[in-house]
Design a protein around this ligand. Structure first.
Ligand code: SF4
Length: 260
């Protein structure tokens, strides 16, 4: 895997389309655009990070301050070197939607009694083959959006923006939180709680707080998935998977045989 490190988003990219993985991470093809949803999610994340940083500093932010952080981050994303993917949404609709989502978040998010331990904590931990136990060269890298402490226990929280509430299957099988459980243990945080805070882009935005359970079997599954992907990459298995993902593919212009 590129750079002897491996992130959850790289593994998910490979599972979505191995050719997309090859173009993005092996050949380094420049993206033709930034998906609006990605830039939007980044801007919302920036606002939430600022919210929790301020709580940590015992100086909670007002709703208006959060909106300012969001608008600035969105404006940076929209004026970057790579153009945003053209969508039906007009720019002001995207901003309006973000403001409405932040209003829902600010109204619901606890502030005073949250014990914030870390915001956007980057990590790099060793990976091992779950069958042989052998530690491999590639390391798992990522970042926890937020770590809080509740009743003496660390809780790792991931923020998501989504079109709608996650389904039971999404909550049950998403392996990003499993990866976080694995990483948190190696970092010495113990048996952490896992939580998603999902901000929906629905007409009436809402914040869905989901506490997630993962166990050792889920971690074993996650490691087997990672090992399978790494072996396939080593073997050069970069076949195309054409489908819904082609429409938003940032490297479709370099996909031999045509894009979507
Ligand atoms: S255009 Fe489709 S098949 Fe080609 S790399 Fe992108 S997602 Fe894969």
């Amino acid at each position: 895997m590129a750079g002897l490190h491996c992130s959850v988003s790289q593994v998910k990219c490979y599972l979505r389309c191995p050719r997309q993985y090859d173009l993005k991470y092996v050949r380094g093809v420049k993206p033709a655009f930034v998906p609006v949803a990605l830039a939007f999610g980044t801007a919302i994340h920036a606002a939430l990070a600022s919210h929790y940083h301020a709580i940590q500093a015992a100086s909670p932010r007002s709703f208006e301050e959060l909106v300012t952080v969001f608008r600035d981050a969105w404006s940076n994303a929209a004026s970057g070197p790579v153009p945003l993917q053209v969508e039906d949404d007009a720019d002001c609709d995207v901003v309006d939607r973000g403001v409405a989502m932040l209003r829902a978040f600010h109204a619901q998010a606890p502030a005073a009694h949250v014990e914030v331990e870390d915001v956007e904590r980057a990590f790099s931990v060793e990976l091992h083959d779950p069958v042989s136990g052998e530690v491999i060269e590639e390391r798992l890298v990522g970042a926890f959006d937020l770590v809080v402490r509740e009743a003496g226990r660390a809780v790792v929280i991931e923020h998501k923006t989504a079109a709608r509430k996650w389904t039971a299957d999404q909550l049950r099988y998403d392996f990003q939180v499993t990866a976080y459980r694995f990483a948190a243990r190696l970092l010495g945080l113990g048996d952490v709680g896992l939580r998603l805070q999902i901000l929906t882009k629905t007409k009436l935005p809402a914040v869905h707080v989901e506490d997630i359970e993962r166990d050792d079997h889920a971690e074993d599954d996650f490691l087997r998935t990672v090992m399978g992907v790494l072996r396939a990459i080593d073997a050069g298995a970069f076949y195309p998977v054409r489908g819904w993902q082609c429409k938003g593919c940032q490297v479709a212009h370099a996909c031999v045989g045509g894009g979507p």
